[in-house]
Design a protein around this ligand. Structure first.
Ligand code: ZN
Length: 80
Protein backbone atom coordinates (compact mmCIF):
# COMPACT_ATOMS: atom_id res chain seq x y z
CA UNK A 1 0.00 0.00 0.00
CA UNK A 2 1.36 3.41 -0.92
CA UNK A 3 0.98 6.39 1.37
CA UNK A 4 -1.02 9.19 -0.19
CA UNK A 5 0.74 12.54 0.15
CA UNK A 6 -2.33 14.73 0.06
CA UNK A 7 -3.53 16.24 3.35
CA UNK A 8 -6.20 14.32 5.19
CA UNK A 9 -8.26 14.76 8.28
CA UNK A 10 -7.54 12.91 11.51
CA UNK A 11 -10.63 10.83 10.88
CA UNK A 12 -9.38 9.76 7.47
CA UNK A 13 -5.90 9.08 8.79
CA UNK A 14 -7.13 7.04 11.73
CA UNK A 15 -9.39 5.01 9.46
CA UNK A 16 -6.26 3.93 7.55
CA UNK A 17 -3.90 3.71 10.50
CA UNK A 18 -4.48 0.08 11.44
CA UNK A 19 -4.07 -0.96 7.81
CA UNK A 20 -0.87 1.06 7.45
CA UNK A 21 0.65 -0.42 10.61
CA UNK A 22 -0.51 -3.90 9.59
CA UNK A 23 1.06 -3.55 6.16
CA UNK A 24 4.41 -2.63 7.70
CA UNK A 25 4.42 0.82 6.11
CA UNK A 26 6.67 3.45 7.68
CA UNK A 27 3.84 5.41 9.26
CA UNK A 28 6.28 7.80 10.93
CA UNK A 29 6.96 9.20 7.45
CA UNK A 30 3.29 9.88 6.87
CA UNK A 31 2.74 13.63 6.29
CA UNK A 32 -0.32 13.68 8.50
CA UNK A 33 1.58 12.28 11.46
CA UNK A 34 4.21 15.03 11.12
CA UNK A 35 1.67 17.84 11.07
CA UNK A 36 -1.15 16.46 13.18
CA UNK A 37 -2.04 18.81 16.07
CA UNK A 38 -4.16 16.13 17.74
CA UNK A 39 -3.73 12.61 19.06
CA UNK A 40 -2.68 10.70 15.95
CA UNK A 41 0.95 10.31 17.09
CA UNK A 42 -0.17 8.83 20.38
CA UNK A 43 -2.72 6.66 18.62
CA UNK A 44 -0.04 5.41 16.24
CA UNK A 45 2.29 4.55 19.11
CA UNK A 46 -0.49 2.69 20.90
CA UNK A 47 -1.33 0.81 17.73
CA UNK A 48 2.30 -0.03 17.01
CA UNK A 49 2.68 -1.40 20.53
CA UNK A 50 -0.39 -3.58 20.05
CA UNK A 51 0.82 -4.62 16.60
CA UNK A 52 4.19 -5.73 17.95
CA UNK A 53 2.49 -7.73 20.68
CA UNK A 54 0.09 -9.26 18.17
CA UNK A 55 2.96 -10.23 15.86
CA UNK A 56 4.64 -12.10 18.71
CA UNK A 57 1.35 -13.74 19.59
CA UNK A 58 0.76 -14.86 16.02
CA UNK A 59 4.34 -15.45 14.89
CA UNK A 60 3.77 -19.19 14.51
CA UNK A 61 0.45 -18.93 12.75
CA UNK A 62 -1.44 -16.89 10.20
CA UNK A 63 -3.18 -13.92 11.81
CA UNK A 64 -6.91 -13.98 11.50
CA UNK A 65 -8.21 -11.97 8.58
CA UNK A 66 -10.15 -9.67 10.85
CA UNK A 67 -7.36 -9.16 13.40
CA UNK A 68 -6.74 -5.56 12.36
CA UNK A 69 -10.41 -4.77 12.34
CA UNK A 70 -10.66 -6.02 15.89
CA UNK A 71 -7.60 -4.03 16.98
CA UNK A 72 -8.91 -0.93 15.28
CA UNK A 73 -12.35 -1.18 16.87
CA UNK A 74 -10.79 -1.83 20.27
CA UNK A 75 -8.71 1.33 19.93
CA UNK A 76 -11.62 3.41 18.73
CA UNK A 77 -13.63 2.24 21.71
CA UNK A 78 -10.80 3.19 24.08
CA UNK A 79 -10.24 6.51 22.39
CA UNK A 80 -13.83 7.69 22.37
ZN1 ZN B 1 -4.37 13.61 13.15
Amino acid sequence: MTIDAKPMSCEEFQSQLAELVGSGANVLNHPHLKECPNDCQRLYQDLQTIADAAKQLFQDQQPEDNLWERIESAIKKGDA
